[in-house]
Ligand binder design. Structure first.
Ligand SMILES: *Cc1c(COP(=O)(O)O)cnc(C)c1O
Length: 397
């Protein structure tokens, strides 16, 4: 009998005990709204912002209701207006083009390379089409950020980074989220810290920070923020910045603060698992491992490999055979959107021409979550199963 994996690909670790204690303290005093604080109390949300700003070396930070909200707020804060075009990745998740559509703007998709990063030649070719790039570090893959910033700075393009999968990652020693004008993070259950839902936004630009804070629903209580610009900046924007409520609350912030302190340790644990799977997959006939550049420090909370130029039927067969042995793989080539996975041609609110390079790569991308509830033995077994099934299909067994 061939072996079967019995673990769950969607089971996260429990919330750490110190985070549970902090959450209970908030529940006991009942001041869940971020601006509902006792005399002399800063509040969990304001402290979270202060700590995350320090951790990232950013001047300003805002905690919000979701990663998607952080993206849309950033677009508004940098001045994107209805009808504007915004460059973004063809390989990303639905909330990214969704954030662009939510402000009435129009996504212009840039091709993806076999390294699963934005195609910088295509970006350079399209640089005259928009003033803003919503850069998605999809599945944690960082492109050559030095060259990207050179292209964007040269063309006067403002960069917003979607760091939903790169919290804790860096390029040439610069933390992900610190290259562009704004860095956005998600604290949703499947990301690197877990408050169910939640988002964080960092920037060094005082006007972007003030507008984002006003938009998130600060009313005139912005003075209670600990990672915000001074009141004179709010004076400049407060009458013309709409309130589009999307605040974080003290309960989620309480859960997140201890998790952020553990981020580096957790990243290392993810990477041990990632490298174990990667090692097990290396040399599988027909399978391309996505090599990580030397300048990149990644957080391997998921792994991707390519079945490049395989027929649709063969890919589906490999995915089906792995699933039958308990290994859940997502395929980005599927013509119909499934679960969390969809592709640029599923987002039909955008009028997008075919992207031949991306079509080829997307048709070969296989994606797998690597939750921390997996042991290293689990990872070895999973790789063994994938290797066996992919080889069998490739060799026509
Ligand atoms: C999860 C995710 C988001 C949005 O985060 P939410 O908190 O779910 O709104 C944005 N971009 C990518 C690539 C994501 O995976």
């Amino acid at each position: 009998m061939s072996e079967t994996f019995t673990g769950s690909f969607t089971q996260q670790e429990p919330i750490p005990e110190d985070a549970i204690e902090a959450a209970l303290a908030v529940l006991r005093h009942g001041r869940l709204h971020r601006y509902n604080v006792a005399e002399g109390e800063a509040g969990e949300t304001a402290l979270l912002e202060q700590e995350f700003a320090a951790q990232m070396g950013a001047k300003y930070c805002l905690a919000v209701a979701s990663g998607g909200y952080a993206l849309a707020t950033s677009l508004r804060a940098v001045g994107v207006k209805p009808g504007d075009k915004v460059l973004t990745n063809a390989f990303t998740l639905a909330p990214v083009p969704g954030s662009i559509a939510s402000v009435g703007a129009e996504p212009v998709f840039v091709e993806v390379t076999e390294d699963l990063t934005i195609d910088l030649d295509d970006l350079a070719a399209k640089a005259d089409q928009a003033k803003v790039l919503m850069l998605s570090h999809m599945r944690g893959h960082l492109c050559d950020m030095d060259r990207l910033m050179e292209i964007c700075d040269g063309a006067g393009i403002t960069v917003i980074e979607d760091c939903a999968h790169t919290m804790g990652a860096s390029w040439s020693g610069v933390l992900s989220g610190k290259h562009g004008a704004v860095g956005c993070y998600s604290c949703q259950t499947y990301k690197h810290v877990n408050s169910g839902e939640g988002g964080l936004l960092i920037t060094d630009d005082e006007e972007i920070a003030a507008r984002a804070i006003m938009m998130s629903g600060s009313y005139m209580l912005y003075g209670r923020h600990l990672a915000a610009p001074g009141p004179e900046v709010f004076e400049r924007v407060k009458y013309e910045t709409p309130n589009i409520s999307g605040r974080m609350d003290n309960l989620r912030a309480a859960i997140l603060r201890p998790q952020l302190r553990d981020l580096d340790t957790q990243a290392e644990r993810w990477n041990e698992r990632y490298r174990t799977v990667e090692e097990g997959l290396r040399g599988t006939p027909g399978l391309t491992v996505v090599e990580r550049p030397e300048q990149e420090v990644y957080v391997g909370s998921s792994i991707q490999f390519l079945l490049l130029d395989w027929s649709e039927e063969a890919v589906q067969e490999a995915v089906r055979r792995c699933a039958a042995r308990g290994v859940e793989l997502k395929w980005f080539g599927t013509p119909e959107p499934v679960a969390f996975t969809s592709r640029y041609d599923s987002w039909r609110y955008a009028d997008t021409p075919r992207l031949p390079k991306s079509d080829r790569v997307l048709a070969g991308i296989i994606d797998m979550r690597v939750p921390l509830t997996f042991s290293l033995e689990d990872c070895t077994q999973i790789a063994r199963i994938i290797r066996a099934e992919v080889s069998a299909v490739y060799q026509g067994a």
